[in-house]
Write a protein that binds this ligand. Structure first.
Ligand code: ATP
Ligand code: MG
Length: 189
């Protein structure tokens, strides 16, 4: 298996680039944001809890998020060539749990693709997306909070994965295809 993490701020293009990586390499996509939004649309108890965090731009607590991720991984494992984790981990404890979870299966993370995009561009993209996304978190106030959370809580993972030798910094400005070419030049599989 070849397991990738796609990492970056809100609106950095994780979902977009994941789709292209899946097409090319046949990886199984696990997007925690998509999983949570499905629960919200279905009106489940979990969805109600998730919405109370997401709509304020905050993270779902680690213990709950880790359980959600584990059940996704369990439901998808057998036929896959590898996973692409999109939106997870977002905290150091989540990264530690992910490593343990994979280790139990004799697996590991091979590379972390870090999409590097400045805040002003992220804000612009998310405001633009908000015009049509219908997402409760794509509005100016919530975007500010998401960026704060990203810088305070998620971005330390960059150093964490640099130390691990897994982090691949990708310049995240340009066309979707240009960015994709940069990504594939960094992964050998
Ligand atoms: P992108 O546009 O690059 O795909 P994004 O930040 O817009 O990224 P999602 O990854 O879909 O969006 O996440 C949306 C929200 O879901 C987060 O702001 C957070 O509230 C919640 N969430 C998603 N993944 C996690 C996680 N690993 N831990 C905690 N909360 C999460
Ligand atoms: Mg996304």
């Amino acid at each position: 298996m070849f397991n990738l993490v796609i990492f970056g701020g809100p609106g950095s293009g994780k979902g977009t680039q994941s789709e292209k990586l899946i097409d090319r390499y046949g990886l199984t996509h696990i997007s925690t944001g998509d999983v949570l939004r499905r629960e919200i649309s279905a009106g489940t108890e979990l969805g109600k809890i998730a919405d109370s965090y997401i709509s304020k731009g905050n993270l779902i607590p680690d213990d709950l998020m880790v359980r959600i991720l584990a059940s996704e991984v369990d439901s998808l494992t057998p036929s896959s060539k590898g996973f692409i984790f999109d939106g997870f981990p977002r905290t150091i404890p989540q990264a530690e749990e992910l490593a343990k979870m994979l280790e139990k299966r004799g697996e590991k993370i091979h590379a972390v693709i870090g999409l590097e995009v400045p805040d002003d561009v992220l804000t612009e993209r998310l405001l633009e997306r908000g015009k049509s996304s219908g997402r409760a978190d794509d509005n100016a106030e919530t975007i500010r909070q998401r960026l704060d959370v990203y810088h305070n809580t998620t971005s330390p993972l960059r150093e964490y994965y640099i130390k691990d030798g897994k982090y691949k910094a990708i310049h995240g400005l340009g066309s979707i295809d240009e960015i994709f070419d940069r990504i594939i030049s960094h992964i050998s599989m």
